[in-house]
Design a protein around this ligand. Structure first.
Ligand code: FUB
Length: 338
C-alpha cells in the first residue's frame, strides 16, 4: 500500500516491555540497523526495503533499495521518529542501483553517512555523504571513496579518536571478486576447501572521506587460532561487519550468511587477529541477518532485523533487544524467533 512506502515523517509509540523484539516501525520496511548514540539519543541508520518487483536470486537483486530513512529515539522502548528521506540513490552522481546497508559517524562537527551502492557498471563501492544533523538530509560526495569496494561499511571510533571502516560481503556483495584490492569479474565463490574470504578494514583520514593507506584483510580464526576454510560456513565471514569495544577488548561481529548466524570474535587491536567466541544471535525469520551493538545509559542493546511484518526476505523490519555479557566478557546468545 502507499502507506508502506510513505516518505513522510511518522512516529510509532509503544510500551517498553512489549516493545522489545517488536518492529521499531511498521509504516515502512527497514533492515540492517546501524545504531549510534549522538547527543544522548539513539539514531538508527537502516536500509529501506521496498517491493520493486525484481525477482529473487542468489545475488540479492531483489534488495533493490532506493533511499534511506533515519530513525531515532531517546531510549529503547520509547517513541521512534522516522525523519523521512535522508538520501536518495537518484541524488548520488556515481550510483547505479541497490542502496544497501549504511553506517554513520560524527567528527569535525559533521555527521557522515557511509553507504554501499552499485556504480553504473554494476560494481559495488562505498560512498560518503555529509550533514550538519544526525538525521540528515545528507549531501553525497561526487565519487565513491577511492579504493573502496563491496558492501556493508561499519565505521568504528576507537578511544584514541581514530576511525576505522570495516566492510565486505560475499556472493551478491562481490567481495569474492576482489583480491589484493584488485577487481576480477571472473572470480566466483570459493570452493569448500579454499581459504575463506576475509572482511576488510581501512583507517579513515582525518577528513573522514578517504582511506588512510591500503585496505587490509582482517584475520578471523576459530577458537584455536586456525583460519577458516570456505566450508566452515557456520563461522566464517559472509557480511554485516560490526565493531564495538567492551572492557578494552575489540569485538568484531558479523553474519555467516548462508548459515544465518550473527557471530563474534575478540581481538586486542582494531586490525586483529580476531578469535571466534560464539553466536550472538541465532537465525531469525528471513534469509539475511544484520545487526549492530550499542551502549546507552549503562545497558547494551542488539539492533537486528527479521521479516515478522511481511514474511518476505526482502521486506524486513528492524528490532532491538537487550544484550548481556557474562563475567568473562563473553556475550549471552540471543534467540529472537517468535
Ligand atoms: O540489505 C541488503 C543486504 O542484505 C545487506 O547489505 C546485507 O548485510 C544483507 O542484510
Amino acid at each position: 500500500s502507499s502507506d508502506k512506502d510513505s516518505t513522510t515523517t511518522k512516529t510509532d509509540t509503544g510500551k517498553a516491555a512489549a516493545y522489545l523484539s517488536q518492529p521499531l516501525v511498521s509504516h515502512i520496511y527497514t533492515a540492517d540497523p546501524s545504531a549510534h548514540v549522538f547527543n544522548n539519543r539513539i539514531y538508527i541508520y537502516p536500509s529501506h526495503d521496498t517491493a520493486t518487483g525484481i525477482p529473487e536470486d542468489d545475488l540479492g537483486s531483489h534488495f533493490d533499495m532506493k533511499d534511506f530513512h533515519i530513525l531515532s529515539m531517546d531510549s529503547v522502548g520509547g517513541k521512534v521518529t522516522d525523519h523521512g528521506v535522508a538520501l536518495s540513490v537518484k541524488d548520488i552522481p556515481w550510483a547505479g542501483r541497490q542502496l544497501w546497508a549504511p553506517d554513520a559517524a560524527f567528527a569535525n562537527n559533521t555527521y557522515y553517512l557511509y553507504f554501499p551502492v552499485k556504480d553504473k557498471q554494476d560494481i559495488f563501492h562505498i560512498g560518503v555523504a555529509t550533514s550538519s544533523k544526525p538525521e540528515g538530509p545528507f549531501t553525497p560526495a561526487k565519487e565513491p571513496i577511492k579504493g573502496s569496494y563491496s558492501i556493508d561499511p561499519c565505521v568504528f571510533k576507537d578511544d584514541d579518536g581514530k576511525f576505522y571502516m570495516y566492510f565486505g560481503g560475499i556472493w551478491g556483495g562481490q567481495l569474492q571478486r576482489w583480491n589484493n584490492n584488485k577487481y576480477d569479474s571472473t572470480k566466483g565463490n570459493r570452493q569448500p576447501e579454499e581459504a575463506a574470504i576475509l572482511p576488510r578494514v581501512a583507517k579513515l583520514t582525518a577528513d573522514m572521506t578517504s582511506y588512510d593507506g591500503p585496505v587490509k584483510e582482517l584475520l578471523l580464526t576459530d577458537e584455536k587460532g586456525t583460519p577458516y576454510k570456505e566450508k566452515d560456513n557456520s563461522k566464517r565471514f559472509f557480511e554485516a561487519a560490526w565493531m564495538h569495544k567492551y572492557n578494552g577488548k575489540y569485538y568484531f561481529s558479523y553474519s555467516t550468511g548462508d548459515t544465518h548466524n550473527i557471530c563474534y570474535a575478540i581481538g586486542d587491536n582494531p586490525y586483529g587477529p580476531f578469535r571466534y567466541q560464539g553466536v550472538i544471535l541465532n537465525p531469525v525469520e528471513g534469509w539475511t541477518s544484520h545487526h549492530s551493538i550499542v551502549e546507552k545509559d549503562g545497558k547494551w542493546y542488539l539492533f537486528y532485523h527479521d521479516v515478522q511484518l511481511s514474511g518476505k526476505t526482502y521486506l524486513r523490519n528492524v528490532k532491538a533487544t537487550e544484550l548481556h555479557y557474562n563475567a568473562d566478557g563473553t556475550i549471552q546468545t540471543i534467540t529472537a524467533r517468535k
